[in-house]
Design a protein around this ligand. Structure first.
Ligand code: K7E
Length: 643
């Protein structure tokens, strides 16, 4: 890409600073258009024959991501699916998608949203139908122990309906969903890494959730935006109940936690509390808002909280006014230029990095100094800023290599910039010879999230970077107006970043994590006894009637269901429980009923149930939808509906 503006470190400082210091609204609109439209010729259908960047170097590098048949990836990646509402599991370095884990929205493959068990997790209305069938997942993070992932859980947000879902990482399934009271636009999420007080608790017990859209509290619908407020929420990692919330000034965007368990933080892009975008970007500085976890929990324990509306969740006061005295403050507002996006904890445990988004800067905040402010040793929270340096246009998210370098996406420049944290601090401290920008790599195009292998753990290993490019333009065969996104894999192990691969992904992933495969211990066959409704033997199959309610208990074992047929009457409320007695790994069965909107799967030793109303009299061939056996087509049973 030669048509890009020179990067700031390539410009004389005097020239670079005034022009690029901050991006005003007009400039931003212009830059956004220029950046998104920088290859206008790609609007026309393109020949797939010769991708422009397929240089010999790229060919050699790309083989690093190519696994031979039968070879396994060395890393797992957990990806948010965006507004497909799911979590995705990728293998790296290949970038192959292995699984989609349904959580917030129905999924036709597994029958998520069809079975009674999944509907109970998703939440239903009084009539038994699903409360929501849309969601928007952005951020996914996993549970920690001793600063590294422990393979127990992952969590993911639903921004639309403010719900947090938990994924069990033994079976890779969603087991709980919790709605956050009085929150709209739940965006950032991060588990704590240890307890701030109890030394023995060296693992995740809390999950912090940022509320982005301020509303009236309670939400009775006032038009005066200046009265709206946002909440920061703490969810119990085990019970998934909301433990407490903090009322704040401004909004919460994304969330980070410190390795010592003492601090959580959210970046704030709308400290103005504007309701229109011009107002949201009027201030030159916004904030990174820190939460003192131990003090907040002491305040809750001491009864210094209120509740909002019908919610019983304790809400403490984290506003600026109520927290001016550092010795008692629950919160600290560190100022960050301008509409920052992204807050990430460095693996050396010392810093949080906030990117400027509308400012070409990244800000390095020293956590020891934030704690020093809370102890009354610093005159203002901004004294915790260790560096604020220019890196390029539209900085968003930051990853780490464990060797002191940070990698920040530049949305407008369509680049990843590699910069050295210690050098940035030196430069900020007055050493104008400190060269903190180490490398830049063009990416295709407009990168949002970035993460490195093990990046947000103390075991950051600096091998692979993945970059979520929001626009793929001409990188894949044209398929009409809807383009895939481009997840690119980068080798970060050397001094220079090397682009290894493009991957088309179904929209619209945001955040993801990448970790070593031996950190999880997946189980591939369920335990029969884990299901209270299990039909443990084919001989236990039965059909029982209680008025208009009919209960059918059945088992599956290739190539047959335990009942050859079952009879119900039109209008009956039928509950069918199906246990898969097959114990063989990978031997999943499906169960579909024509005309009744029923199809779901049961994995080996799994039990699932559905409830439906028997339709018009007739014969309905229920059949196995999930290929299982040479006699798969013969694996059927008849539902006979009588008048
Ligand atoms: Cu930048 Cu939701 Cu993390 Cu999208 S957010 S990219």
């Amino acid at each position: 890409m030669t048509d890009r503006h020179p990067a700031p470190d390539l410009l004389p400082a005097t020239e670079a600073l005034p022009r690029r210091r901050f991006i005003g609204s007009a400039a931003l609109a212009g830059l956004g258009l220029a950046a998104c439209g920088q290859k206008p010729e790609t609007a026309a259908p393109v020949s797939p024959a010769a991708p422009a960047s397929a240089t010999p170097v790229a060919h050699a590098a790309a083989s690093a991501t190519h696994l031979k048949p039968g070879e396994l990836d060395t890393y797992y990646g957990l990806w948010s699916g965006g507004h497909t509402g799911d979590m995705r599991v990728l293998g790296l370095p290949s970038g192959r998608e292995i699984l989609r884990i349904p959580c917030f929205v129905p999924d036709a493959l597994v029958g998520w949203g069809i079975t009674n068990e999944s509907k109970k997790i998703m939440g239903t209305k009084a009539d038994g139908s699903l409360r929501y069938t849309v969601a928007d997942t952005h951020h996914t993070h996993a549970s920690y122990k001793d600063g590294n992932y422990d393979g127990r859980y992952a969590w993911i947000n639903d921004k639309i309906n403010s719900r947090v879902a938990r994924i069990r990482l033994d079976y890779f399934v969603c087991d709980k969903i919790t709605p956050l009271p009085h929150v709209q636009g739940f965006h950032g999420i991060f588990p704590d890494k240890r307890d701030p007080v109890d030394e023995k608790i060296n693992y995740t017990t809390r999950v912090f959730c940022g509320g982005e859209f301020a509303t009236p509290l309670p939400n009775a619908g006032s038009e005066d935006g200046s009265t709206y407020r946002s909440l920061f929420s703490c969810v119990d990692a085990e019970t998934m109940e909301v433990r407490w919330q903090v009322l704040i000034d401004g909004n919460c965007d994304l969330v980070a936690t410190s390795y010592d368990g003492k601090l959580a933080a959210t970046n704030q892009y709308n400290t103005e509390m504007g309701a229109r975008y011009e107002d949201m970007m009027s201030a030159e500085r916004d904030a990174c808002l820190f939460f003192h976890i131990a003090r907040i929990e002491a305040a809750v324990k001491a009864g210094r909280f209120k509740t909002i509306g019908s919610s019983k969740v304790p809400v403490v006061d984290g506003t600026r006014q109520a927290n001016a005295d550092p010795k008692t403050a629950l919160t600290a507002y560190v100022s960050i230029p301008k509409n920052p996006h992204g807050v990430n904890a460095s693996p050396d445990q010392k810093y949080f990095i906030c990117a400027g988004k509308l400012s070409p800067t990244v800000t390095v905040i020293e956590l020891a100094k934030v704690l020093a402010w809370f102890d009354g040793q610093l005159d203002k929270p901004d004294a915790a800023i260790a560096a604020e340096v220019e890196v390029g246009l539209g900085p968003l998210h930051t990853a780490f290599d464990g060797r002191g370098n940070a990698y920040t996406t530049l949305f407008l420049d369509s680049q990843v910039v590699k910069w050295n944290i210690a050098q940035a601090i030196a430069f900020h401290g007055g050493d104008k010879n400190a060269k903190y920008v180490v490398d830049r790599l063009d990416v295709q195009f407009q990168p949002g999230h970035i993460n490195g292998s093990q990046s947000e753990t103390i075991a950051a290993d600096g091998k692979y970077l993945a970059v979520g490019c929001k626009f793929s333009k001409d990188r894949f065969l044209p398929v009409g107006p809807l383009h895939p996104e481009n997840e690119q894999i980068i080798d970060m192990s050397g001094d220079k970043m090397v682009l290894l691969a493009d991957h088309p992904v179904r929209g619209e992933p945001h955040d993801f994590i990448i970790f070593k495969r031996d950190l999880v211990k997946p189980r591939q066959v369920y335990a029969l006894d884990d299901f209270p409704l299990a039909v443990k033997d084919a001989k236990d199959s039965s059909i029982t009637r209680n008025g208009r309610k009919v209960l059918v208990k059945m088992t599956s074992q290739a190539p047959s269901f335990s009942m050859r047929e079952f009879k119900v009457r039109k209008g009956d409320e039928v509950t069918l429980i199906l246990t898969n007695l097959d114990k063989v790994e990978d031997l999943t069965h499906g169960f579909a009923i024509p005309g009744h909107n029923v199809n779901f799967i049961v994995n080996p030793q799994e039990t699932a149930s559905v409830t439906f109303t028997a339709g018009e009299p007739g014969v309905y061939w229920c059949y196995c939808t999930h290929f299982c056996h040479a006699l798969h087509l013969e694996m059927r049973t008849r539902m006979i509906v009588e008048a």
